[in-house]
Design a protein around this ligand. Structure first.
Ligand code: BGC
Length: 341
């Protein structure tokens, strides 16, 4: 009789608390992140995993270098019935199909930094104001070149991020739309004529692709001693690609105002060496903390911090979001940056 009672108790416990696989692994969080060699993703993944563990979650952290691998990782993660899945998408347009299964199984999904498209399976999204990233780069250029007081003409070129990352158009539009009036007035000129996102995008955020494109542009449009005054590079990796392209053609025009993003080790070193003008600082500790709150909310029914319930639409649904504010960093305030190695 006592034995039967014990077995009954165990069964009830399994159903109520979910300590068995049938109703999900209550404390396991699957963290799927993109290419660890791009931007500061390696640091970000490790930091998020650490903060989740400190909040008593078991974490399975995985990176990928291509979309197909991440799709497989996601399918396997769904199989495990975790308490939540956090995704920094490698290709923000490629996850709708596996995510439909996550929704069917009732697994909460949280999008990290990059908004996931074509799906209604995302519970929350946390990121930085991605439009502001580009706008802040543009404002920096405006100030340094005195554009408001009519200075110019200056030459400018753009290096945008990867088309398979929904952030890339936000970064580009944020910068381009802000500078467009100066282009229209002729204070900024684009000798290559490349002002369309498709023309300036960098597949896979790969610096080699950007370096090849910029080398060609420098040879074609800046070979007669013409100076390249400004380059809006979407992140620090792409800024470094420009530096290498200039070195490879022996560029000897005026110094280029060069933007970046991430305050990664390469960006910080290049700013200190006077090769890059600024970067956009997005402290991952702030973002990861928001993500932990979101995970708690979906696993414990608590309230996550949300500051946008209307503006973040992914073409299927509006996603409750927390958007952090990025910061401009240059040689003046570089000391505030943590070491993201
Ligand atoms: C992130 C950037 C990063 C880039 C390349 C973007 O989605 O927001 O911080 O530099 O991806 O990895």
């Amino acid at each position: 009789m006592r034995k039967i009672f014990l077995i009954l108790c165990l069964a009830v416990c399994t159903v109520l608390t979910g300590c068995g696989n049938e109703v999900g692994q209550k404390n396991t969080v699957e963290l799927l992140f993109p290419n660890p060699n791009s931007g500061i993703w390696k640091y970000v993944g490790e930091l998020c995993a650490q903060l989740m563990r400190e909040a008593n979650y078991e974490v399975d952290l995985q990176y990928c270098t291509d979309a197909a691998t991440q799709i497989e990782q996601l399918k396997e993660a769904i199989e495990k019935n975790p308490a939540a899945i956090v995704i920094g998408a490698q290709d923000t347009g490629a996850l709708a199909e596996p995510l439909a299964l996550a929704k069917e199984k009732g697994i909460p999904v949280i999008a990290y930094d990059r908004l996931i498209m074509h799906t209604d399976a995302v519970s929350y999204y946390a990121s930085f104001e991605n439009n502001s990233v580009g706008e802040f780069q543009a404002r920096y250029v405006e100030e340094k070149l005195n554009l408001k007081s009519g200075a110019g003409p200056f030459t400018i070129e753009f290096i945008a991020g990867s088309p398979d990352d929904s952030n890339s158009t936000l970064f580009f539009n944020g910068a381009y739309d802000y500078l467009k009036p100066y282009i229209t007035k002729g204070q900024l000129v684009v000798p290559s004529g490349q002002t369309d996102f498709r023309a300036v995008a960098t597949d896979g955020w790969k610096p080699d692709n950007a370096q090849a494109r910029m080398t060609e542009i420098l040879r074609k449009y800046y070979s007669d001693g013409k100076s390249l005054n400004v380059v809006i590079a979407a992140n620090d990796d792409l800024a470094e690609a420009l530096i290498k392209a200039e070195q490879s053609v022996g560029y000897n025009g005026a110094p280029t105002i060069l933007t970046g993003q991430d305050a990664g080790a390469n960006g910080v070193a290049n700013i200190k060496a006077g090769k890059q003008s600024m970067t956009i600082y997005k402290d991952p500790a702030i973002l990861c903390a928001k993500i932990v709150r979101m995970v708690k909310a979906v696993t414990e029914g608590s309230q996550p911090a949300i500051n946008d319930v209307t503006n973040i639409r992914n073409d299927v649904m509006t996603i409750p979001s927390y958007l952090c504010i990025p910061m401009i960093v240059d040689i003046e305030n570089i000391g505030i940056v943590k070491d993201f190695r």
